[in-house]
Design a protein around this ligand. Sequence first.
Ligand code: CAA
Ligand code: NAD
Length: 304
Amino acid sequence: MGASHTLENNTEKEAGKVLAPSIKTIAVIGAGQMGHGIAQVLAYQAARSVIVQDVNQEALGKAAKGIEASLSKFVSKDLLTEVEKTAVLSRICFEPNLASLPPVDLVVEAIVENETVKKSLFQSLDAQMPPHTILASNTSSISITRLAAATKRPEQVVGMHFMNPVPLMKLVELIRGAQTSDTTYATVQQLATAAGKTTVVSRDFPGFISNRVLMPLLNEAIFALYEGVASAEDIDTVMKLGMNHPMGPLTLADFIGLDTVLAIMNVLYEGFADPRFRPCPLLKQYVDAGYLGKKSGRGFFVYG
Ligand code: CAA
Ligand code: NAD
């Protein structure tokens, strides 16, 4: 899966648009619920070669099964043929060792929502990948400018924020760090469009657009439960039947992962230094107890 082309010799010239280098090979780092979905849409709708890396071998196995199951669902709905499914799967491979990744045109990072861990990964990727490689982060809230500052190529670092579940959700929120170049932005914008997604652009402030608006809603629903205003079921029913949300806020928090919700709330709280973003103590207690939501089998609800 070598990628020998450079920015100069690999440019798609599109009239009226910023010249954007075409992305042929992609590495997705982190094979959790987001990483495996991102790999799937990049290999399926965008038809790119994707290598998925995770430090956890079990996560790689789960990711492979998850992609297969999701594509099979599309086959059962006549949206994809068995032959096409096999072709998509043949474009995805898995690797447990970061140092063994081949050079790629784009890396999409989707590991744990922790700035220190992400910065360390960006430093390693910067040292390992060729100069033309774009480094994108699927972070929900962390500063792209600060991740970029951990590298020697800040103009080639960008936020590429997919929504969960990636194969079904239409949005990708793109985040321009203080130094993200027009070429880098145009390249990931065109790739997201090729993957069938609609893009929006946000400036680099905590939580961007999506989680600055969504997380206080989820946190407030958790406060309502904590203060005994109503049961978890009734809080969710109000938002589902009263506001036509597809999922109630507590179900959605469980679906995202309570560790991730808490990490995002902490980024908002620290980033804005504003008490309106303080994470609910009940959310902290659940994470301390290992109740991480659907992925651990228990959060505000219990999962089979
Ligand atoms: N691949 C393929 N098919 C899938 C799938 C996947 N990954 N996930 C679900 N489906 C299918 C289901 O199998 C089901 O198919 P059938 O109709 O044949 O049974 C269909 O999609 C609908 O799914 P469900 O019946 O399970 O449930 P639903 O109708 O409620 O739809 C949903 C599921 C699209 C997830 C919907 O509940 C929804 O939109 N929920 C809100 C999701 C949301 O808000 N996401 C954003 C989270 S925040 C974020 O992502 C940013 C962040 O940084 C935290
Ligand atoms: P997850 O817990 O499901 O998966 C994270 C994966 O990263 C795990 O498999 C873990 O083994 C792996 N990992 C951790 N450190 C690693 C490292 N140094 N190198 C390689 N792999 C490593 O988490 P997720 O829900 O997929 O979230 C991943 C990222 O996507 C986070 O930044 C999160 O904020 C963001 N995000 C999450 C959602 C959501 O709804 N869960 C939505 C959008 C964005």
